[in-house]
Design a protein around this ligand. Structure first.
Ligand code: SF4
Length: 301
């Protein structure tokens, strides 16, 4: 490829993703798709464990800039010759945007990438609950699908402790609304979210919640300790005790053993998990449990 073209592609990439300081945080199932900046930061930004957007003022990008970025991404893509079928909206919780705005964005996406089958993004439960059933159906018709819901835990005690800003009941209602609108979704669950104190409660209550819903995938990750997360203060003061790898495995085992879900992928392959496991429920449940059990035995011996 001509050097001038390579330079232009690099320049465009830098410009498009500059608001994120080269740190793109995207849903795991969508990690190889086209990423489109639409928001910067998180409109909520109060979760204790999260340091991703702490010093960033939330803003939605103007449609003109979104279109400009789409043109640049289209140029970049012409040379990589990738068929773009999935687009991920960037930002902490882009689904917070009003339905009308999301529809304007989807129109623009389709204008530049006609083959797009779906548009995905991270979402909080309250972002979903602020939309009506009718709005969600319209969003689905306009290719919004495979959203990633940050559920984290089914225990209200822990959600409150981590200042998640939504309850287990709201998470349940939001996921049910997506189901009614036929919008597929994955559910993020964090191991160690309640620390040592609430480890069992975490597994018990989360499995109860998950058994009531139908995500296409549960993404199980270990609690990440971001450098500037307010939770670190509690860790320092010993008010929040982190799980050891062995305790995390035990929590994962308890959680999985209680799951009675149908046709869902259990995906715990994130690099921060003690053991990378993935399998379909219920078919692979026993195999996955056995793998965790063996790892527990390794740690105990
Ligand atoms: S975890 Fe998600 S919802 Fe909570 S502050 Fe971070 S980006 Fe916002």
């Amino acid at each position: 490829m001509d050097n001038k073209i390579i330079e232009k592609i690099q320049k465009y990439k830098k410009e498009v993703y500059s608001p994120y300081n080269n740190k793109l945080y995207v849903p795991m199932p969508e990690s190889r798709d086209l990423f489109l900046p639409v928001t910067v930061g998180c409109s909520y930004n109060k979760c204790l464990y999260c340091g991703l957007n702490k010093n960033i003022q939330f803003k939605k990008l103007p449609l003109e800039l979104i279109e400009e970025n789409l043109k640049k991404l289209q140029y970049i893509n012409e040379y990589s010759k990738r068929k773009i079928e999935k687009v991920v909206l960037l930002g902490g919780n882009p689904f917070v945007l009003k339905t009308e705005y999301l529809l304007e964005i989807s129109k623009l996406i389709v204008k530049y990438f006609k083959e797009v089958k779906y548009i995905s993004s991270f979402t909080r439960a309250d972002d979903i609950l602020r939309k009506t059933e009718e709005e969600l159906k319209i969003l689905k018709e306009n290719r919004y699908d495979n959203l990633s819901v940050g559920v984290e835990s089914g225990s209200n005690t822990i959600l409150k402790l981590q200042e998640k800003g939504v309850t287990a009941e709201e998470n349940l209602e939001a996921m049910k609304m997506l189901e009614k609108a036929k919008i597929n979704y994955s559910a993020y669950i964090m191991l160690g979210f309640g620390g040592k104190k609430y480890s069992n409660e975490k597994a018990e209550e989360t499995s109860k919640l998950l058994n009531l819903v139908k995500p296409f995938e549960i993404i199980v990750v270990n609690l990440v300790y971001f450098p500037n997360a307010p939770l670190l203060e509690l860790v320092k003061n010993k008010e929040f005790k982190r799980l050891t790898p062995l305790e995390s495995l035990k929590e994962e085992y308890l959680l999985l053993s209680k799951l009675k879900m149908e046709n869902t992928m259990f995906n715990a392959t994130h690099k921060n998990n003690v053991i990378a496991i993935k399998g379909r429920l219920p078919e692979h449940k026993d195999i996955l449990l056995e793998k965790i059990k063996r790892k527990i035995a390794d740690y105990e011996n």
